[in-house]
Design a protein. Structure first.
Length: 117
């Protein structure tokens, strides 16, 4: 079936919506989260400085941020599956700059693990 089908044995719902009339939540299992931190890189910083002058998107940072976001989501899904969940509702993403010189970026994601029917 399609990528969004409960008939698929590997189906796992992850949504920012807290609930839906189309999805029946059988049990709320608790809050789950995942975090990932990426550090600055001298080459990424150098090319991003050039982008600041000439304009355009900082592809190195975008790729690093995307990777960190994916890692945080995978950690959260892993925690939910350990609780017996087959879904997470109410996802919330948060981004924070860390470090003395703001040299690191943290991506945190949280949601409520659920068992859907």
């Amino acid at each position: 079936m399609g990528w969004f089908s409960k008939a698929d044995k590997d189906f796992f719902l992850a949504t920012v919506v807290p609930g839906s009339e189309r999805v029946r939540i059988e049990q709320y299992l608790g809050v789950v989260n995942g975090e990932a931190i990426i550090g600055a890189n001298i080459f990424r910083d150098l090319f991003s400085s050039v982008r600041d002058v000439v304009g355009g998107r900082a592809g190195g940072y975008e790729r690093a941020l995307s990777g960190a976001r994916d890692a945080a989501v995978e950690d959260m899904i892993g925690a939910a599956k350990e609780m017996g969940a087959n879904g997470i509702v109410g996802l919330d993403f948060d981004y924070e700059v860390l470090g003395e010189t703001n040299g690191m970026l943290m991506v945190a994601v949280s949601g409520t693990a659920v068992r859907i029917g």
